[in-house]
Design a protein around this ligand. Structure first.
Ligand code: ADP
Ligand code: MG
Length: 245
């Protein structure tokens, strides 16, 4: 059997009295790419944030690399070092240069040696075509460039697992492809395990091994990607796909 990186069982999430995730069950194998699709407000971001300990959940368990997470902040800080996350907003530190943004986690949190971390950061910057921007400040970069830096910053921590939440949603159309190509390359070349929330259906179809379709806080289906995009199991998912054309 394939190695499971992540297992989620019976997860329930409330914001105060409002129930937003219902009995969420799924797992992700090592090297697998899962896309999380569903209408706006269905709970995709909330679920992603629960998986990274950024949102508390009220019931259920998350098991990461065979260990069931005891959801204390201290524990999550440890686990987060293995989980890279990139959001819609770039959230780079505006007062730090690109290279210092990237080096912060590896040197301050992971205590990697400065020289090794810097060499690795430069390598990653080259990989995304931004080696000339190491000493620039985030405000000097386009949205697409900032998002590529945010990906590099996550990768510099050598994550086992990546979470992407609509990373191209606030980009100008001409910037989108470059960012998606980096994610695709991570999946194909590095065999990175990832959960990707996206509204780019062509990209989802290209990259996903499996689709989780979420609506109103419930997983309506979990379907191999090819099958999902040809003919999903539920009418609701078909309507969703039709609305995305
Ligand atoms: P999606 O990412 O699929 O658009 P979200 O996870 O952002 O969905 O939202 C799921 C539901 O939870 C929505 O009804 C949203 O209004 C609600 N919600 C999201 N964040 C909060 C919050 N911080 N406080 C209260 N309700 C929230
Ligand atoms: Mg969202």
């Amino acid at each position: 059997m394939a190695d499971k990186i992540l297992q989620v069982a019976h997860l329930e999430k409330y914001y105060q009295k409002r129930h937003v995730l219902y009995d969420i069950n799924f797992s992700v194998d090592k090297g697998e790419v899962v896309t999380l699709l569903g209408p706006s407000g269905s709970g995709k971001s909330t679920l992603i944030r629960c998986l990274n300990g950024l949102e508390p959940y009220q019931n259920g368990t998350i098991t990461f690399e065979e260990e069931t997470v005891t959801p204390t902040e201290k524990n999550w800080q440890q686990i987060r070092q293995k989980i890279g996350m990139v959001f819609q907003s770039y959230d780079l530190f505006p007062n730090l240069t690109v290279i210092d943004n990237i080096l912060l986690g590896p040197t301050k949190v992971q205590k990697q040696s400065k020289d090794a971390a810097r060499a690795e950061a430069v390598k990653l910057l080259k990989r995304v075509g931004l080696e000339d921007y190491a000493d620039s400040y985030p405000r000097m970069l386009s949205g697409g460039q900032k998002q590529r830096i945010a990906i590099v910053r996550a990768l510099a921590l050598h994550p086992d697992f990546m979470l992407f939440d609509e990373v191209t949603a606030s980009l100008d159309p001409e910037m989108v492809r470059g960012v998606l190509n980096i994610i695709k390359d991570l999946a194909n070349t590095d065999n990175m395990t990832m959960i990707v929330v996206t509204h780019e259906m062509n990209f989802a179809q290209e990259i996903a091994d499996r689709v989780l379709f979420l609506e109103n806080g419930k997983i309506l289906e979990q379907t191999p990607s090819k099958q999902f995009f040809e003919k999903p199991q539920t009418d609701r998912a078909q309507e969703f796909l039709d609305s995305m054309d």
